[in-house]
Design a protein around this ligand. Structure first.
Ligand SMILES: Cc1cc2nc3c(=O)[nH]c(=O)nc-3n(C[C@H](O)[C@H](O)[C@H](O)COP(=O)(O)OP(=O)(O)OC[C@H]3O[C@@H](n4cnc5c(N)ncnc54)[C@H](O)[C@@H]3O)c2cc1C
Length: 468
C-alpha cells in the first residue's frame, strides 16, 4: 500500500517549514515539498536573512567611518572588502538553510525536492529538476508557495542594471548612483545598505510619503533622519519607463504635482514595488481553487481554500507579506488538523523596517484610529532622553503609544529608534494580553535600557512621564 501522509506542506519557506515542524510535533505524518535546492524560502535565501546580514555589516562599515572616532576609537584607513562582506552573508544563509534541513530530519518530516502540483485534493505530483515525476498521497495539503517580485511592465528587469531585491543582495561592486523605485520596506533597507557602502541613493516614490501604511508621523521623522544620512527622496513621482545606455539607466517619470515629465540617470536601478503571490504551475485551476485578481488565494478563517482539505498560508494569502505572519499561519493549520483550535491574532502582527534607526510598529496607526472614529490618548517619549541610547550613541527617534481614551487598552505602538525591532516586543506581548498603557508603565524595565523609552511613553499616555 502506498504511503499516505496526514499533511503535506508545499513550499519550505517560513510558513511551510515551521508549520511542518508543528504538525510533526503533534504526531501527524508530515511531508514537505520544495522546488528550490535549499530550504527556508524567500526569507532565508533572498529575503529577511541576507538583507539583515548586509544591513548589519554595512552598519559596522559606516560606524567605523563616522562613529568610532567619537567613541575614542581611532581606526586608520577604513576599507570596504565587499567580497568578504558578501561571503559572510552567504555563510549565514547556508548555516540557516542547513539548519532547516536538520530540523526536517530531526522531526522525521519527509522532504521531497521538486515542484509540487495538485493532481486531486489528495494527490500531489512532484516534478524533479532531472525530469523525474512521482505522485504522493495525502489527507490534507497546505499551500505555502509564497510570493515573487512584482515586475514593473514599464521597467523590465535585465538582472544587471535594472534589478530586483534578489540581485541587490549580491551586487559585485558598489554602484555610483543607485536609483530605487519604491519607498517601501525593501527599497529603504537595500537602499540603506548601498548608501552606507558609498552609493548615492535616490528613492522615487509614487505616494506623498515613504513606508506604505505605517504611522505617518513616524515615517516623516524617519525620512528626515535618512535624508540627513544622504538618502535623496523624490515623492509623488510616477515612473513611466527606463532606457539602458552607455551612461547608465535613464529612468523617466512624471512629477505628479508639477505635471511635468523628467528623467534621472543611475548606473543601477532597483525596482522595489512589492511582491505578488506565487502559484504558477501549482494546478489550482484543476481543483477550482479560487484566487482574486491579484492572484491571492482565497481562504476562510480556518485557512481552507475553496477545497476544504486544501489549506493556504503565508504570502500566498491575504495580509502582510511577513515571515512571522506566515509562520503563525503554518502553525495554526497544523494545530487545526490535529484537532486543536489554531488561531492567528492579526491585531498584533509587528512590522519592522530595518533602517537606521529602525521603525517598528504594532497595531493601529493614528490615521487608522481617526478614520474609525476611535478616541485615543497618545503618549510619546524621545530616545534623546534615554541614558542607554546616549551611551550607545544613537539617540534619533522616539516611542509613541496609542491607548483607548476610555479603557487605556493599548491600540497601537510605534517605535523609531535603535533596535526598535527588539524594543517593540514587549508591546506585542502587552497587546496580546489586552494590556493597558498603565500595565506597561507599572512594569519593571531594567536600567539603563532602551526599553525604558517604552515605559516613559506609557507614562506619557497619562501625562506623567518622569524623565523629560
Ligand atoms: C529582500 C526581502 C527582505 C525581507 N525582509 C523581511 C523581514 O525582515 N522580515 C519579514 O518578516 N519578512 C521579510 N521579507 C518577507 C518574507 O521573506 C516573506 O514574507 C516570507 O518569506 C513568506 O513566507 P512563505 O512561507 O509564505 O513563502 P516563501 O518564503 O516565499 O517560500 C515559498 C517557498 O515555496 C517554494 N515553492 C513555490 N512553488 C512551489 C511548488 N509548486 N512546489 C514546491 N515548492 C514551491 C519556493 O521555492 C519557496 O521556497 C522580506 C522579503 C524580501 C524579498
Amino acid at each position: 500500500m502506498a504511503e499516505v501522509f496526514d499533511v503535506v506542506y508545499v513550499g519550505a519557506g517560513p510558513g511551510g517549514y515551521t508549520g511542518a515542524i508543528r504538525a510533526a510535533q503533534l504526531g501527524l505524518k508530515t511531508a514537505i515539498i520544495e522546488k528550490g535546492p535549499t530550504l527556508g524560502g524567500t526569507c532565508l535565501n533572498v529575503g529577511c536573512i541576507p538583507s539583515k546580514a548586509l544591513l548589519d555589516s554595512s552598519e559596522h562599515y559606516a560606524g567605523a567611518l563616522h562613529e568610532l572616532a567619537g567613541h575614542g576609537v581611532k581606526v586608520k584607513d577604513v576599507q570596504l572588502d565587499l567580497p568578504t562582506m558578501m561571503g559572510r552573508k552567504e555563510k549565514i544563509v547556508k548555516d540557516l538553510t542547513n539548519g532547516v534541513a536538520y530540523l526536517m530530519k530531526k522531526n522525521k518530516i519527509t522532504h521531497f525536492t521538486g515542484k509540487g502540483k495538485l493532481v486531486t485534493a489528495n494527490q500531489i505530483e512532484i516534478a524533479g529538476a532531472d525530469g523525474t515525476k512521482q505522485v504522493i498521497d495525502t489527507k490534507n495539503i497546505v499551500l505555502a508557495t509564497g510570493s515573487v517580485v512584482n515586475e514593473l511592465p514599464t521597467v523590465p528587469f535585465d538582472g544587471k542594471t535594472i534589478i530586483s531585491s534578489t540581485e541587490a543582495l549580491s551586487l559585485p561592486a558598489v554602484p555610483k548612483h543607485l536609483v530605487v523605485i519604491g519607498g517601501g520596506v525593501i527599497g529603504l533597507e537595500l537602499g540603506s545598505v548601498w548608501l552606507r557602502l558609498g552609493s548615492k541613493v535616490t528613492v522615487l516614490e509614487y505616494t506623498d510619503h515613504i513606508c506604505g501604511a505605517m504611522d505617518l508621523g513616524m515615517t516623516k521623522k524617519l525620512q528626515t533622519i535618512m535624508a540627513k544620512q544622504g538618502m535623496e527622496f523624490m515623492l509623488e513621482v510616477k515612473v513611466t519607463g527606463a532606457k539602458s545606455g552607455k551612461g547608465g539607466v535613464e529612468v523617466s517619470y512624471e512629477d505628479i504635482k508639477e505635471k511635468t515629465s523628467k528623467t534621472i540617470t543611475g548606473d543601477v536601478v532597483l525596482v522595489a514595488t512589492g511582491r505578488k503571490p506565487y502559484s504558477e504551475g501549482l494546478g489550482l485551476e484543476t481543483l477550482g481553487i479560487e484566487r482574486d485578481k491579484r492572484g491571492v488565494v482565497n481562504v476562510n478563517d480556518h485557512f481552507q481554500t475553496t477545497v476544504p482539505n486544501v489549506y493556504a498560508i503565508g504570502d500566498l494569502i491575504r495580509g502582510p507579506m511577513l515571515a512571522h505572519k506566515a509562520e503563525e499561519e503554518g502553525v495554526a493549520v497544523a494545530e487545526i488538523l490535529a484537532g486543536q483550535s489554531g488561531h492567528v491574532n492579526y491585531e498584533t502582527v509587528p512590522g519592522v523596517i530595518y533602517t537606521w534607526p529602525e521603525l517598528a510598529s504594532v497595531g493601529a496607526t493614528e490615521e487608522e484610529l481617526k478614520a474609525k472614529g476611535i478616541e485615543y490618548n497618545s503618549g510619546s517619549f524621545p530616545f534623546t532622553a534615554n541614558a542607554r541610547a546616549k551611551a550607545i550613541g544613537m539617540t534619533d527617534g522616539m516611542v509613541k503609544i496609542l491607548a483607548d481614551k476610555t479603557t487605556d487598552r493599548v491600540l497601537g505602538v510605534h517605535v523609531l529608534g535603535p533596535r526598535a525591532s527588539d524594543v517593540l516586543a514587549e508591546a506585542v506581548v502587552a497587546m496580546e494580553f489586552g494590556g493597558s498603557a498603565e500595565d506597561i508603565a507599572r512594569s519593571f524595565h531594567g536600567h539603563p535600557t532602551l526599553s525604558e523609552v517604552m515605559r516613559e511613553a506609557a507614562l506619557a499616555v497619562a501625562k506623567r512621564a518622569r524623565q523629560a
